[in-house]
Write a protein that binds this ligand. Structure first.
Ligand SMILES: C[S@@+](CC[C@H](N)C(=O)[O-])C[C@H]1O[C@@H](n2cnc3c(N)ncnc32)[C@H](O)[C@@H]1O
Length: 404
């Protein structure tokens, strides 16, 4: 077998074949199967037992090299049922959480486990990336040549493990005990049974023979119901250290999710358009949710660390005479003079969330015609921090749970 560490969930193994062009992901390798190419085929039997980097010829003499699939290639090439979060974005999202775990020591520690909610599971891309970030916190897997109870599954309603009757009870107990001893876990919640099962049994279990599977619990549930179920079981104690929301209308779930977040926990929301981040900001403001915006990033090809956006609600202060004259000049079309005065004017807008973040270098052309005092109606500030427009990619916003 290829040089993979042995794990308890040896479901399937994929290889990547490179012929100098695009890498291609194989099907899981199985005795008696063959890999078809446009220029011949290679028998799986020939590959099983090979080392990464080894080359093979098709029956027609075309040469391919076999490699391990890296996570990015794997995510984008493995069969999908739903569009994944591509590897580079998933990496950026997970790095925003700045998770640092320490391996367990021989000294008994009584720390509460680190718990992450990942909703929705979808393709399982972010799930895998999160599991990679936390797996080092967990004790070594039990050494029993144990086949993990593949049918183990929790549901929001019953919350207990259903076990396949074929699984030996003793091994199931050892597996159960190991799961109970985990110091970090990703709870991956998905409303669609089809997507959840595909992510769990194909995508996650198929990556390096299930390397990250033991660190993830999959649930088929609406995330609202899942939170209710968990809070019920845990007697309303908040338990989440990190939350990642990647679902349609994510803003609608903020109210519920925030109840389950510990103080200082982080929540990231990933959405295709900046207006959906605005929806979240408005939802937080309208319900006075204890969440403080940390940052909003635009993710896209060629934006290495994400472009920072300024998204927040603000109220406008009374305009001083200079600003008033600036508006008049603008209305009269005297743009040069207006621009000069705008540059001289400092911080017209006072933030209701992060006052220190206002970027005073940007002219406030969206200024409204209010007269004196502070407007009660907040206005939405939403623009790239560098004053440019970019097209494509997604947006991720990060909030921290504050004291209620
Ligand atoms: C864009 S996909 C998520 C992609 C995923 N984060 C990944 O890394 O591959 C959105 C998923 O949210 C699921 N979903 C939608 N509403 C949901 C809800 N209320 N609770 C749980 N999952 C939900 C959808 O079925 C879909 O699979």
């Amino acid at each position: 077998m290829l040089d993979l560490t042995s794990h308890v969930l040896p479901v399937c193994f994929y290889g990547v074949f490179v012929d100098g062009k695009k890498p291609r992901l194989s099907n899981p390798l199985q005795e008696g199967e063959k890999l078809d190419f446009s220029n011949g085929f290679i028998l799986h039997d020939d590959i099983i037992g090979a080392r990464p980097g080894q080359t093979f010829k098709t029956n027609k003499g075309y040469q391919y090299r076999i490699e391990y699939p890296d996570l990015d290639t794997y995510i984008s090439k493995v069969r999908r049922k739903v569009t994944p979060v591509y590897g580079s974005y998933a990496n950026s999202i997970v790095s925003l959480f700045d998770i640092h775990v320490a391996p367990p020591t021989s000294v008994e520690d009584s720390h509460e486990p680190l718990e992450i909610l990942d909703a929705g599971t979808g393709h399982g891309s972010v799930t895998l990336h999160l599991a990679r970030a936390i797996q080092a916190a967990n004790p070594p897997l039990p050494d029993l040549e144990l086949q993990a109870p593949g049918s183990s599954r929790k549901s929001a309603s019953d919350g207990f493990l259903e076990r396949s009757s074929s699984v030996d009870e003793e091994r199931a107990q050892v597996w159960h005990d190991w799961r109970q001893s985990r110091r970090a876990v990703v709870h991956s919640v998905e409303i669609s049974p089809v997507y959840s099962k595909h992510a769990e049994h194909k995508v996650v279990a198929g990556f390096r023979r299930g390397l990250y599977s033991p660190h993830i619990d999959f649930y088929i549930a609406n995330v609202d119901d899942w939170i209710d179920g968990q809070l019920g079981q845990r007697k309303l104690e908040s338990f989440l250290n990190y939350v990642f929301l990647d679902m349609p209308s994510s803003h609608r779930y903020l109210r519920k999710v925030v109840d389950a977040m510990k103080e200082n926990a982080l929540i990231a929301v990933f959405v295709p358009s900046i207006t959906q981040i605005c929806d979240c900001v408005q939802e937080i403001n309208a319900n006075s949710l204890p969440l403080r915006m940390e940052k909003t990033l635009e993710l896209g090809e060629g934006i290495s660390n994400g472009r920072i956006w300024n998204v927040r609600l603000a109220s406008k202060r009374a305009r001083d005479p200079i600003e008033e004259s600036s508006m008049i000049h603008r209305r009269l079309g005297d743009e040069d003079k207006a621009l000069q005065e705008e540059t001289d004017t400092q911080s017209e807008i006072s933030s209701t969330t992060t006052p220190q973040e206002e970027d005073s270098s940007l002219p406030l052309l969206e200024a409204g015609p209010e007269e004196g005092g502070t407007s009660k109606e907040p206005v939405m500030i939403c623009r790239p921090r560098v004053g440019e427009r970019l097209i494509g990619g997604g947006f991720v916003a990060l909030w921290r749970r504050t004291a209620s």
